[in-house]
Write a protein that binds this ligand. Structure first.
Ligand code: 2HG
Ligand code: ZN
Length: 468
């Protein structure tokens, strides 16, 4: 990928370059491909160019230029998204925030960290730790995803059960609206009862209302010492039984599940087997374990689960390295499945609705995908399931996607009946757009359209994403 700007033959880009002389603009084919796609790999990238602003003023100048020129913008973070929200396949200008990746300040009294949007989640974790605190949102893409993208999708991850989603951790945002206005939202206040809180509109808006140029993040105390356990379960019903048992007796930091098929792929990808034999379901759970008494409570919960027949085997990590190895069995799944070009569903229902929903879903999927490998895993303690449908080598892309879209329609209808969501944490983007109505009412979607128009009257921000 080049770092040098190439000569600009497009007069519109030449005008932008003249207005922002320091702005880095890329038009080499390799750059267009790199910045024009996300992890979905379904669309052929075809952006007009890539802009890499280094300051908020440049972002504002770009948005104003795009309004004048009527050019669509795709705001871009780490592009680890799985719904096509950061795909640029229609001649858009990609505005990559990757150069705006600094920590701008730490406030020890407010316990906040102010950062630019292009900083990775991992760098936020490291910066918080330097001050003896944590930023608790966490998931496997931490090394590549950016905080701006996390905000755009209200990212969740593996600690939601304890800490909630990204939304809970945003104390303030600075952003440029689709019309090019400068917005300062909430300014780090804890109490602010002064009308509409647009901060929360921008969170989860998938780059359709504004571009975040600065975020003030709340930090918190590190959790007490914890223990990580891997459990093997005999059947689906046991999942929620064990969850109820562990949640009642322990202070959970994470409760994640995966199936034997998921484990098969992650082991083939280099993870270490921790439990001999194969079982239908596995749980990785992490819980506070402050002292020996806490461990006794955990062991007695485990034994109770064994006696009831809900747990068939288990391992407790004896070291940090072993805990990391257990976590790899769960966190390595997405990467291990990538070569199989999976079609992904990311769905949620209320925790109370999980058992009934799971049964209906299992019947549906085994009926609709009789000869296709389907991998289940996810954040079962939050009612959030990931379903990855693996493309058989013999089936061509279009036929495979058509089949998966047909099943997703049925799944969306099932979700609607159970009051669930077609996108728990990955966003709607392009992939889930046809199913938005299964989760949101007609009046609600009509209001969303109007809100979008108010923030972005010319429709330049991420057009075609979320809804048309
Ligand atoms: C996870 O929980 C991510 O690991 C990715 O949300 C899920 O690949 C997926 O479907
Ligand atoms: Zn997830």
């Amino acid at each position: 990928m080049s770092t040098q700007a190439t000569p600009l033959t497009d007069p519109r880009l030449a005008e932008l370059a003249a207005e922002c002389p320091a702005l880095r603009l890329l038009t080499e084919p390799g750059d267009l491909e790199h910045y024009g796609r996300d992890w979905t790999r379904r669309w052929t990238p075809a952006p007009l160019a890539i802009a890499l602003p280094a300051a908020a003023e440049e972002v504002q100048a770009i948005v104003r230029w795009a309004n004048r020129q009527q050019i669509a913008i795709v705001p871009s973070g780490g592009r680890t998204g799985l719904s096509g929200g950061a795909v640029a396949a229609q001649g858009e200008l990609v505005v990559s925030l990757e150069r705006m990746n600094r920590v701008l300040g730490f406030d020890p009294v407010d316990r906040t960290l102010t950062v630019q949007p292009g900083i990775t989640l991992q760098a936020v974790h490291d910066a918080a730790r330097e001050h003896g605190l944590i930023y608790p949102v966490d998931f496997a893409a931490r090394g590549s995803c950016s905080i701006g993208g996390n905000i755009a999708t209200n990212a969740g991850g593996i600690r939601v059960i304890r800490y909630g989603n990204t939304r809970e951790w945003i104390a303030g945002l600075k952003a440029v609206s689709g019309a090019g206005e400068w917005l300062e939202l909430n300014r780090g206040l804890i109490k602010n009862s002064s009308g509409y809180d647009f901060r929360h509109l921008l969170i989860g808006s998938e780059g359709t209302l504004g571009i975040v140029v600065e975020a003030t993040l709340k930090l918190t105390d590190p959790p007490p010492p914890s223990q990580t356990m891997l459990l093997a379960l005999p059947d689906m019903d046991a999942l929620m039984q064990v969850f109820a048992l562990f949640r009642a007796r322990l202070s959970l930091q994470a409760f994640e599940f995966f199936t034997d098929i998921a484990q098969k792929h992650v082991l083939a990808h280099g993870a270490q087997r921790a439990i001999d034999g194969d079982y239908p379901y596995y749980v990785v759970t992490e819980f506070d374990a402050v002292d020996a008494t806490a461990m006794d409570v955990a062991l007695s919960a485990f034994e109770h689960g064994m006696e009831q027949g809900w747990i068939v085997d288990g391992v407790i990590a004896q070291s940090e390295a072993q805990a990391a190895a257990l976590w790899r069995l769960r966190e390595g799944i997405t990467e291990s499945l990538a070569p199989h070009r999976p079609y992904k569903n990311d769905i949620s229902v209320r925790i109370g609705a999980v058992p009934a929903f799971l049964h209906e879903m299992q019947t549906l999927l085994s009926h609709e995908y009789p000869d296709i490998e389907v991998v289940w895993f996810g954040h079962i303690g939050d009612g959030n399931l990931h379903i990855n449908v693996l493309k058989p080598a013999a089936l061509d892309d279009a036929a495979f996607i058509a089949q998966c879209e047909h099943v997703t329609k049925l799944l969306a209808a099932t979700l609607r009946r159970h009051g669930g969501s077609i996108s728990a944490e990955h966003g709607i983007g392009l992939v889930k757009k046809p199913y938005l109505e299964s989760t949101r009412g007609e009046a609600e979607i009509a209001l969303m359209r109007q809100v979008r128009h108010v923030f972005d009257p010319r429709g330049i921000l991420n057009p075609g994403k979320l809804f048309d």
